[in-house]
Design a protein around this ligand. Structure first.
Ligand SMILES: NC(=O)c1ccc[n+]([C@@H]2O[C@H](COP(=O)([O-])OP(=O)(O)OC[C@H]3O[C@@H](n4cnc5c(N)ncnc54)[C@H](O)[C@@H]3O)[C@@H](O)[C@H]2O)c1
Length: 360
């Protein structure tokens, strides 16, 4: 099995590559531009594997993509390369449109051109897995779950760009017959997570005695999934998912953000006792504009059709993750030196005032 993984130096991509190379023994080509979020250190465990290769390339570069397909001749594409941080998309959306929309278009076209050269049985067996997010569905109220049939209603530039790319991927299946499958997953956490996102930022700030920013009152609810459970789901969907279908991925682990932060504080207090409880460091800060209230996934299709089950509960997964950060400062120390975790995604006061003026 030959798998081309885009975004394989990122958080989820690197977990997937480690799983495919080390546990399944597949031949993997990782294609990644190495943006600020891409990190070859996350691929250290497979760096010397004979069945893994890395190419530094931008998915927007049509010639580079064509060359990667021609040389590697994949049986599957697993597409994870993206700009992924909502706050960054609010501060500057251009990269999100470029990579997530135009980059996906370029990759679909490169895949299609290569797929057309395959024999009919190879064409039938080929898969393009487009990896996406539950944020395309918008925000839930107190009740209900996102199903595969939930209408798209994205709120942020990030989720809008992912929604656009999902539509492109589906259209390439319907129009050209390219065997595309789409997965929409809830929030991931786990080892090798870039420390701008809530969970790694909270762990590292708490370890260093820094303030723990919580947006608004911390009431927003996310449905957390351990990244290794996501990686297993992605392989199953690529192997057995039906072309043209969507598979939702989620661990049935809804938590309010404030409860996530309190759990991390309690576990760290236990593992690395400090003079004062870490929860004293919590600081409620201005909310994210357009902050979705609640996400929750109905993963019934994935569970019944493909037999997937999450192996971690939130409690077991968060403890494993915290222990990983305690044991692996070699990985995060250089990132902390380069990225101080400054706040992004707040509208400038003047722009906010103008928007408020318009809406009255
Ligand atoms: N993190 C989550 O909770 C979550 C949940 C559901 C879905 N997703 C989706 O999963 C995918 C991976 O997310 P992640 O959290 O690992 O993201 P990440 O930001 O950690 O990694 C993204 C990777 O893509 C690479 N990349 C960015 N632009 C590129 C380009 N133009 N060409 C080639 N490579 C490029 C980066 O260098 C990086 O290695 C994304 O498509 C994201 O939308 C993420």
């Amino acid at each position: 099995m030959r798998v081309l993984v885009t975004g394989g130096a990122g958080f989820i991509g690197s977990a997937l590559v480690r799983y495919l190379v080390q546990e399944l023994g597949y031949d993997v080509l990782t294609v990644d531009k190495l943006t600020y979020a891409g990190n070859l250190a996350s691929l250290t465990l497979v760096a010397d594997s004979p069945n893994h290769r890395f190419v530094k390339a931008d998915i927007c570069d049509a010639a580079a993509m064509a060359a990667a397909f021609a040389e590697f001749r994949p049986d599957r594409v697993m597409h994870l390369a993206a700009e992924s941080h909502v706050d960054r998309s609010i501060t500057g959306a251009a990269e999100f449109i470029q990579t997530n929309v135009l980059g996906t278009f370029t990759l679909l076209e490169a895949s299609r051109a290569y797929w057309m050269t395959l024999t009919p049985p190879q064409q039938t067996a080929f898969r393009f897995l487009h990896v996406s997010t539950d944020e395309v569905y918008g925000s839930l109220g107190a009740e209900g779950l996102f199903a595969e049939t939930t209408p798209y209603d994205p709120s942020s530039p990030y989720s809008a760009s992912k929604a656009a790319s999902d539509h492109l991927a589906k259209a390439w299946q319907r129009t050209y017959g390219l065997p595309v499958v789409v997965s929409n997953c809830s929030n991931n956490y786990g080892p090798y997570h870039f420390p701008e996102k809530l969970i790694p930022l909270t762990i590292l700030n708490a370890l260093e005695g820094k303030s723990l920013p919580v947006y608004g009152r911390g009431d927003n609810i996310r449905d957390w999934l351990h990244v290794d459970d996501h990686a297993r789901a992605l392989d199953l969907i690529a192997a057995r998912g039906r072309p043209g279908e969507t598979y939702n991925v989620g661990g049935r682990n809804e938590r309010r953000n404030i409860d996530v932060v309190l759990s991390i504080c309690a576990i760290l207090d236990d593992l690395r006792p400090d003079a004062a409880p870490r929860s004293d460091l919590i600081a409620f800060v201005e909310d994210r504009p357009g902050h979705d209230a609640r996400y929750a996934i109905d993963a019934t299709r994935l569970e019944t059709e493909l037999g997937w089950r999450a192996s971690y509960t939130f409690d077991s997964g968060i403890e494993q993750t915290i222990r990983w950060y305690l044991d692996n400062d070699w990985w995060w120390t250089p990132l902390r030196a380069r990225h101080a975790g400054e706040r992004l995604g707040l509208l400038e006061k003047t722009a906010t005032a103008a928007l408020e003026g318009e809406s009255h």
